[in-house]
Design a protein around this ligand. Structure first.
Ligand code: NAD
Length: 300
């Protein structure tokens, strides 16, 4: 398929472009930032109508993976985060339908669940796609808006199946080896200090595994429902052991349900992707981090 990836120069986008290419798709990456060295991509601001139209006209996508946007809570002024993410989603996804794409998928985020406020209280654990979302910061709200945008456009889309994927804390291949992650620390530091991973409820996903799910979603529009949302997290938590005791330490309101995590499962369930598409994240932190990181954790 001809696939357009927005935000293709980004942390997740680079792996999604590589995964789709490996799977035999003809990929066009578009971003305001240049593509990584040795790769090709269009440079365009997708919020500028003429530039967006030019991208879609030239790429003629049969499928669109929409990743572009402000990707981190509190990274930009709130009004920018809300406005840019919301407008980009509407613009890109409606262009996908208008230009004849058969499927389009947008990146949402687990932050839509609304954790990290004292009032947040999960109804049950693990958190699956049925669990209510209660965003509180501008980034989480912008992602909830993106999910609603997908659902809204899916109601009238004639030929394009529109869905959302919520990747966990994305770990790119070089980050397993020690490169700094999205939050400015390494994976070894995140594993050694539970306070760091606790802010995302210990979720993570290898960028290549997330890439596989984005690929499966666009390759199988007949197996997904318009407006459907898929969690995309590793099956285990980013912590040296089960988090049934650790999670309530940082999020006391989870205590009531935390026993469900005693077998070492993640705080989030990606059941919908497994059931609809057979997606099982292949990579765990235990196999990806260098041996010395694993050994140091075991000695503690
Ligand atoms: N990295 C994570 O842990 C994570 C977790 C959950 C969801 N997500 C979502 O996945 C997507 C990708 O995340 P990422 O970590 O690769 O972020 P990133 O910041 O590395 O990449 C986003 C890219 O979008 C581009 N962009 C922004 N505005 C644009 C515009 N107007 N036109 C064209 N390009 C534009 C940026 O230049 C950037 O390269 C985002 O939507 C993010 O919210 C990421």
């Amino acid at each position: 398929m001809r696939v357009l990836v927005t935000g293709g120069s980004g942390r997740l986008g680079r792996s999604v472009v590589a995964t789709l290419t490996e799977r035999g798709h003809t990929v066009t990456s578009v971003d305001t930032a240049p593509p990584p060295p040795g790769t090709e991509g269009m440079i365009a601001d997708l919020l500028v109508t003429a530039e967006r139209e030019d991208v879609f006209t030239r790429a003629r996508p049969e499928a669109v993976v929409h990743l572009a946007g402000i990707a981190v809570p509190f990274a930009s002024p709130d009004l920018d985060t809300l406005s840019i993410n919301a407008r980009l989603a509407w613009a890109v996804l409606s262009s996908a339908e208008a230009h004849g794409a058969r499927s389009a998928v947008a990146a949402s985020s687990p932050t839509v669940y609304g954790y990290n406020t004292p009032s947040w209280r999960p109804r049950y654990l693990p958190l699956d796609e049925e669990h209510p979302v209660t965003p509180w910061h501008a980034y989480g709200l912008s992602k909830a808006f993106i999910e609603q945008t997908v659902a809204a456009l899916a109601r009238t889309a004639k030929s394009c199946t529109m869905t959302c994927v919520r990747p966990g804390y994305v770990v790119a291949p070089e980050e397993w080896e020690g490169a700094v992650t999205q939050q400015g620390h390494t994976i070894a530091e995140r594993l050694a200090d539970p306070a760091l991973a606790a802010t995302s409820l210990f979720n993570y996903v290898d960028a290549r595994d997330a890439g596989d799910l984005f690929a499966l979603v666009i390759e199988n529009p007949d197996r997904v429902a318009g407006g459907q949302v898929f969690n995309a997290m590793a099956a285990d938590p980013l912590a040296p052991g089960p988090v049934d005791a650790l999670l309530p330490k940082y999020h006391p309101a989870t205590a009531e349900h935390a026993a469900a995590l005693a077998d070492g499962r993640a705080v989030f369930s990606s059941r919908a992707a497994r059931e609809a598409l057979g997606w099982n994240p292949a990579r765990t932190w235990r196999e990806q981090v260098p041996a010395e990181v694993r050994d140091a954790l075991e000695r503690r």
